[in-house]
Every structure is written in structure tokens, then in C-alpha cells.
Write a protein that binds this ligand. Structure first.
Ligand code: G
Ligand code: G
Ligand code: NA
Ligand code: MN
Length: 250
């Protein structure tokens, strides 16, 4: 498979890059965190979307060296930001199936000197579908180091509400699909309302994804959603621009 070969080359030649998208605090719109998002610009293919190459990386095992690099790079970049700004890293279910994740997290933290509380891992519901015991053990070990765990794309997968009880997540990310139609869809308003109430009751933070306009923002504010992410605030940007964006706001 050609994409696999190109991806292997990209890893070796360090052609992968991390972009960062702010997650702001709903109360003051200050940047609380940056989500690290992989970008790959291939010399002939042009930009290749993560939706295209992440599945290939997962099938071929390349996600292990890639995931390890992402953790190291993200912690190193975050080390240069103010101490109240965190970095959030997407973790593939495949990374949980190998023994390397715990070691990779420890090594990224120790080589960068980033405090564990400033690192967040974003995991999807799919992670809890298989091999639940091992996964929960690893999650608990990482969480006990002080690293924050958030559930990504909540409400779109197979998980039932009981999943956010199986493990004490620090945050739940409300999937973009609920936010994009929020203003027009009473159903989506009901979902977001219920999710925010539930998370408030459980003492879990909420991050709304895909916030693109002021009307969505106002509704989310009313529901007590704690953090927001989306084009309304900023698109994903290179590390040097992320550093500038933080300097500007302080
Ligand atoms: O940036 P974009 O919206 O195209 O990202 C699409 C998806 O790719 C995201 O939902 C995210 O889950 C996934 N993704 C982006 N960066 C990473 C990464 O570093 N690791 C993993 N496992 N997934 C990522
Ligand atoms: O990990 P996750 O699946 O949540 O990835 C977030 C993806 O959503 C990234 O690829 C990012 O580029 C994209 N994204 C972020 N904000 C917005 C937004 O406001 N609108 C849309 N359409 N996409 C967004
Ligand atoms: Na994510
Ligand atoms: Mn998501």
C-alpha cells in the first residue's frame, strides 16, 4: 500500500507536524489548553488528513512510534507556555493495546520537564470496548500520575452513560455533531443540556467542540459548559503561532 510506505518515510524523515487549537475557558475566554492535532504535508500528495492516515497508522502499528513522538513533541512545546496552559493529546485505542503507553507518557513528561497536571489525554469511547480491564488499569496508572483524562467525541460511539462511571474522567468533550446544529435543533439542545447537567453533577468538566458562532457560544454558556473549542475562537495553528496567541492575551 503506497500510503503506508509514504507514511513510514514521513515518520523517519520527521515530516509530521503538530498544530494546536485553543480550548478556552467559558467564563473569561482565556486559553486553558491547546489540543495537539497531527498534520502531514506530503511533497506530492499535498496535505493528507488525519482521518485518512491515522487508520493506516493504526492498522500497520505505525501509530506506536507516531503516538510516542506526538507525546514528546506536545510536552516539549507546552513547556514553553505559561504554567496555567495545558496541552491535550489524542490517544488511539491501539496505543492502549501495547505496553508502551505508560512508558511513553512518563518519558515525554520527564524529558520535557512538564508537570503531569498540564498534560491531558483525549481518548474515545472505543477504548473501553475491548480489553476493558487492562485499559482501565493503564488509565488509572496514568491518572494517578496527575495526568488529566478526557473523553473525546462523547455521544457518537457505542458507549452508554455507564462508561463515564467506569472511570473517573476529568473532562468530557461534547462532539461537534451536537454543537453544529445546536441553534436550530431542539433535540441537540436537549442532548447538550442533559450532558452538561450530568457532568456538573459528577464534577466533570465539559469541552464543546466545533463552536463556530456567537449563538452556539451563548447557548453553551447558559448550559454551564466549562470550556469551548472551535473556529469561532481559532483554527488549529503551528506551535510558533500558538505561543504568540498566548502572549497576546496576557
Ligand atoms: O485535525 P482534524 O480535525 O482533521 O483531525 C481529525 C481527527 O484526527 C481528530 O478527530 C483526531 O481524533 C485525529 N487526530 C488528530 N491528531 C491525532 C493524533 O495525534 N493522534 C491520534 N490518535 N489521532 C489524532
Ligand atoms: O479529536 P477530534 O475528533 O475532536 O478533532 C477535532 C477536529 O475538529 C480537528 O480536525 C479540527 O480541525 C476540527 N475542528 C475544530 N474546530 C472546528 C470547528 O469549529 N468546525 C469544524 N467544522 N471543525 C473543527
Ligand atoms: Na480529539
Ligand atoms: Mn472530537
Amino acid at each position: 500500500r503506497a500510503l503506508e510506505l509514504d507514511l513510514r518515510m514521513a515518520v523517519e524523515q520527521q515530516q509530521l507536524e503538530l498544530y494546536y487549537q485553543p480550548q478556552v475557558n467559558t467564563l473569561n475566554h482565556q486559553i486553558a489548553c491547546f489540543e495537539a492535532l497531527l498534520r502531514w504535508h506530503h511533497s506530492e500528495r499535498g496535505p493528507v488528513a488525519p482521518a485518512e492516515f491515522i487508520p493506516v497508522a493504526e492498522d500497520t502499528g505505525l501509530i506506536i512510534p507516531i503516538g510516542s513522538w506526538v507525546l514528546r513533541r506536545a510536552c516539549q512545546d507546552a513547556r514553553k507556555w505559561p504554567e496555567n496552559v495545558c496541552v491535550s493529546v489524542n490517544v488511539s485505542p491501539v496505543q492502549f493495546r501495547t505496553e508502551s503507553l505508560l512508558a511513553d507518557v512518563k518519558s515525554a513528561l520527564s524529558t520535557s520537564g512538564l508537570t503531569p497536571q498540564r498534560l491531558e489525554l483525549e481518548i474515545t469511547e472505543a477504548i473501553l470496548l475491548h480489553d476493558t480491564l487492562n485499559t482501565l488499569t493503564t488509565l488509572t496508572q496514568i491518572s494517578q500520575m496527575g495526568v488529566q483524562i478526557s473523553m473525546d467525541d462523547f455521544g457518537t460511539g457505542y458507549a452508554s452513560l455507564s462508561y463515564i462511571q467506569k472511570f473517573k474522567f476529568d473532562k468530557v468533550k461534547i462532539d461537534r455533531s451536537f454543537v453544529s446544529d445546536l441553534v436550530c435543533s431542539k433535540d441537540n439542545q436537549a442532548m447538550v443540556h442533559a450532558l452538561c447537567r450530568l457532568c456538573i453533577s459528577l464534577g466533570i468538566g465539559t469541552v464543546a467542540e466545533g463552536v463556530e458562532n456567537l449563538r452556539q457560544l451563548r447557548l453553551l454558556e447558559q448550559e454551564g459548559c466549562t470550556n469551548m473549542q472551535g473556529y469561532y475562537f481559532a483554527r488549529p495553528m503551528p506551535a510558533d503561532q500558538a505561543a504568540i496567541a498566548i502572549e497576546k492575551q496576557t
